[in-house]
Ligand binder design. Structure first.
Ligand code: IMP
Ligand code: MG
Length: 182
C-alpha cells in the first residue's frame, strides 16, 4: 500500500494538529447548542472519528451515502444519493463533514436538500481538504483543514478505486498505481 505512494502531502501529525484547531473552532461556535454532524460516506469517516473526539460538545451523528466519482480520478458531475430518505434534521443545526471540497457539486447538492427538504435550521460545511481551483458550484466551506493544489490525492478517508482510505496520511499516487487499478 505505502509502496504505491509517490509522495506524502500531509503527514499524520500535521493532520491531527490541525484537527485540534478545527475542533476548538467548532466547540466555540456551537457553545450552548447541540449540533448534528452528518458524515458523508465513505470519505468522511476517518475525519469524523478523529475530529469529533476533539469536539467538547453534546452532539448527534448521522451519515449520508452519495457518490460522484464512480471509480475514476475525475468527478463525474452526477451526484447519486444511495438512500431514499434523508436523516431527520428538522430544526437542527447541521455540520456536514466531507473529506474534500473539489468541484463543490457534492456539498452543494446535499446542503440544498438538507435545507429545502429536511428543514435544517442551519447547515455548515467542514472539510479536511479544499482544492484551490475554480469550482463548478459556488460552495464555501466554513471549516477547512488544508488548502491543496488541484491534484488527485488518497489517504485519510480518500480513495482510489475504493482503496487507500486507511492510509494515516494524505499522499499522491504513483502513475503506475493509477494505471494498475484503473
Ligand atoms: P466534488 O463534488 O467534486 O466536490 O467532489 C467531492 C467528492 O469527490 C469527495 O467527497 C471525494 O469523494 C471525491 N474526490 C474529490 N477529489 C478527490 C481526490 O483528490 N481524491 C479522492 N477523492 C476525491
Ligand atoms: Mg467522498
Amino acid at each position: 500500500m505505502h509502496n504505491d505512494i509517490d509522495h506524502v502531502l500531509l503527514d499524520e501529525g500535521t493532520i491531527l494538529r490541525r484537527l485540534d484547531g478545527m475542533a476548538r473552532d467548532i466547540t466555540r461556535d456551537y457553545e450552548g447548542r447541540m449540533p448534528t454532524i452528518v458524515c458523508i460516506l465513505h470519505g468522511g469517516i476517518i475525519l469524523m472519528a478523529d475530529l469529533l473526539r476533539r469536539v467538547e460538545l453534546p452532539l448527534l451523528i448521522e451519515t449520508i451515502s452519495v457518490s460522484s466519482y464512480h471509480g475514476g480520478v475525475e468527478s463525474s458531475g452526477v451526484i447519486t444519493f444511495h438512500q431514499k430518505g434523508l436523516p431527520d434534521l428538522k430544526g437542527k443545526h447541521v455540520i456536514l463533514l466531507d473529506d474534500i471540497l473539489d468541484t463543490g457539486r457534492t456539498l452543494a447538492a446535499i446542503s440544498r436538500r438538507f435545507t429545502e427538504e429536511a428543514g435544517a435550521a442551519s447547515v455548515k460545511l467542514c472539510v479536511l481538504l479544499r482544492k484551490v481551483k475554480d469550482r463548478a458550484c459556488a460552495v464555501e466551506a466554513d471549516y477547512v483543514g488544508f488548502d491543496i493544489g488541484d491534484e488527485f490525492v488518497v489517504g485519510y478517508g480518500l480513495d482510489y478505486q475504493g482503496q487507500y482510505r486507511n492510509l494515516p496520511y494524505i499522499g499522491v499516487l504513483k502513475p503506475e498505481a493509477i494505471s494498475r487499478l484503473a
